[in-house]
Design a protein around this ligand. Sequence first.
Ligand SMILES: [Zn+2]
Length: 761
Amino acid sequence: MRVMLLCWLFLQTLTGAGAVTLVRDHQPVAAIHVAPAATLPERFAAAELQRYIQQATGAELPVRVGAPAPDEVAVVVALVSRLGDLGVTARGREKALGIEGLALRTAGNHLIVAGGGPRGVVYAAYDLLERLGYRWYWPGELGQVTPELADIEITDLDRVFEPSFVRRHAMGGPSDGWDDMQWGKDVVDWLVKNHQNFWLQNPPGEENAGFLAQRGGTYTKIGSGHNWQHIIPPARYFAEHPEYFAEVNGKRIPHGQLCLTNSEVQKLLRDYALSGAAQMAQNPDVMFVDMTQNDGDDWCQCAACRAIDDRDPSTHADIVFWALNPIAEAVAAQYPTALLHTYIYSGSANPPNWIKPAPNIHCEQTNYCYNYGASFLNPNSGPGTTFRANVDAWTPLCRVRGIYEYFGFYNWLEALPVTYYRLSEEVQYYKRIGVHGFYSETQQRWSTNHLLYYAFSRVWWDHRTDVPALIEEYCRLMYGPAAAPMHRFTMALETAGGPDRYLSGNEFDLPRLFTPAVRAECRTALDEAKALAAGNELVKRRLAFLELGWRYTELHLEAMEAHAAFRRAPGAETKAAAKGAWQAFVDYFSELQGTHAFDRNDLQHFRRRAENELAAYTLDLTSLPPGEVSYQDGLYDGGKARLHGRVEGFYDGVWGLSLYARGNGSLTYEFGAAAGHVWTEARLSLEASWREGLTSAIEWSLDGATWEPLAENRRVSSGEPFDLTSRVAGQPRFLVRVRYASTLPDEVAAVHAVGLKGLIE
Ligand SMILES: [Zn+2]
C-alpha cells in the first residue's frame, strides 16, 4: 500500500498534476518558501503572494527560508536556477526559459512559482494571482480587482510561458513627474503587473531605492530617439564642420540629417556604436544602441550622398543602411550579441530595392498616421493598406524588427477606440511575421484610455489574448452589478464609426467618432450603470473616475458642435450658444485638476487650446488694441472664418474652405486698429491652392471699394507672406480678400490657413 502511494506521488510529480491547498476557510494551510540566498525579486515575489493572498482570503501564509519538507504543503518561489536549493528538480522546458519566462506547476504537496530570470519570477507570482482573480486595470487601489475567497486550492497546474514579444514599452512611470509619489509608484507598479519592461523608472528618493530591482529591473537602451543630433551635435560641430551635416538646396544646414558619406561622420557614428556595444556587453539589461535618424526630413543632397541615396529614389532607407551596415559589421566582430537600433520611418519608411539592414540592426517601423481607426489588415482600411504593404515588404529584409505605435500620440484626450477592431488582429499578425516587440508613444489618459493601455499590455505579453473576452471580463470584474450597461458603453465607443472607419488622428475626427447618437447611447448606459451601482461604493468610485473623462468628452463635443452650428448659420443666437458651450468646457478643466484622469501637462496644453477657442468668440479683428498682432487660423472644417471674416460661396471642408463643383467663393477679412490707433506693420500669410480649372485672386483694399491684387492664379504658401507694411502703415484699417472660381467638375479645397502678424501703435 505504501509503495503504491509513493508511485502515485511520483507520477503526480512527473505530470505536474496534483492539488495544493493554500488556504482553507480563511485559514493558512501552506507556507511560502524561498531559498536561503534568495535574490530581491524572489523575496519580493514571495511577499507579493503573501500580501495579495491575505487581501483575498484574510489568511497570512508564512514566508520561510529553505526547502520545505516533502510532506509539507508549500509554495516554492524561486528562479529556475535556484529550484534545486529548495529540493525541486527543474524540468527541461523550465531550464530553457528566458529571463522573462515563467513556470507554475503543482508537484505533490508543492506549488512551484518560478521564473527564468528576475522579472520572470515576479511575473510568475502575478500570473498566479491573476489565476486567483486579481486584475489591475489602472494604477492604484481603484483599478485593482480583488477576489474574495475562503479557500485556495490549486489543481493540476502545469504552465510554462514565454512572453510573445521581447520589448513591451509604452510608458516608464508617471508622465507628469513625481509630485504625487504614491501615484507615481502605483503607475510603475501597474506597468510591472501588466508586463511592461522597458525604461521603467525607479521612484526618486532613498526610501525608494530598490523599488525597481525588487520588481526584476527593466530593459534599457543606450541613447535616445532621433539621436544622430546627440552623437554629432550641431552646437559642437556645425561651425567648424558644416560638411558633417546635410546639404539642402546647395547649403549645409545644422538641423537636418547627417552627411552620411562623410568619413568623419562615419567614424563618429562607429565610435558611438562601439562604445555603446561595449556597455551593452557589460549590462544584459541594455537591449540596443540607438543610431536613429533625426526627426523630419532634410536628407543630404551632396553629390556623394545622392549617388547612394538616389539608387532607390522611393526611400532614404538605402543610404541609412549603406552607412549603418559597415558599423554594424564592426560591432558584430567585437560584440556578437550587441544590437544597433534605427527607425524605418518618414523618409526611410519605404524599403530599399538594393540593400537590406545588417542582421544586428533592430529596425523599428513606425505605424505613422496611416489609419488609426481600422486594422491595417482590413482591406477597406484606406491608407492602412499602404502601411500593410510596407510591413510586408520589410519582413524579408529585417532580422530584428520592432513596431512603433502611437496609442497616445494624439490630438485629443478622449478615448482612442482601437482595442476592438485593431489590436488583437494586428498584434497576432505581427507575431506571425516575427516582430520582436513594441514601443508606443503614449500620453497618460487613464480615465478615457485605461482599457486600451491594459489591452495592449496584455496582447504584447500574450498575442493569443482574446480581446473581446478581455473587454467582457473587464466590464464584469470592474463594474459588477453595472457590467451590462458598461459593456454597452464600452462597445458603443469601440465600434463607433464601424470597422472601416478612417481616423487620421486629428481633432476634427472627433465629431465623426463621438456622434450625438453614440454619446447619447454612452450617457444612457453610464447613467444606468450609476443607478445599478448605487449600493456599491467601490463601483461608484470607479464609475466616477471614468465619468471624469466622459464628461470631458461630452463638453468638448458639445462645444465643437455648437461652433459647427454657428458656422452653418452665423448669427447672434448661434454665436452666444457656441460661446457658452466653450465657456462650460473651459470651466470644466478645474474639476480635473489632481484627479489623475489625465496627465497634468497634457491637461494644461488642452486647457490652453480650449481657452483659445473661447477667446476666438470675443476677438474682433476690426478693432484690435495697440501692440503686436499675431493671428492664425488653420481653416480645418472652416476654422474661425465665419467668426472673424466674411465667407461667401465656400463650404467648410475638412482641409479648409472648399469650392463646390463649378462654384465660386470669397473670403474677406477686415483688419482694423482700435479708435485712435494705426497699423505700422502687417504681414499676411495664406495657404491657398491652385490648379488648372481654377481662377483665384488675393487682393487688398483700404476702403473695401477699390481692390488691388497681391497674387493671381497660383498656389501660395504661408512660408512666403505678403508684406503689406508699406501699403497700410499709418492706416486705421485694411481689408484682404481671397476669391476663387472653379470650372472643375469636382469639389476642391481652396484656402487652408490664414495668418496675420503686425504691429499697431
Ligand atoms: Zn552628403
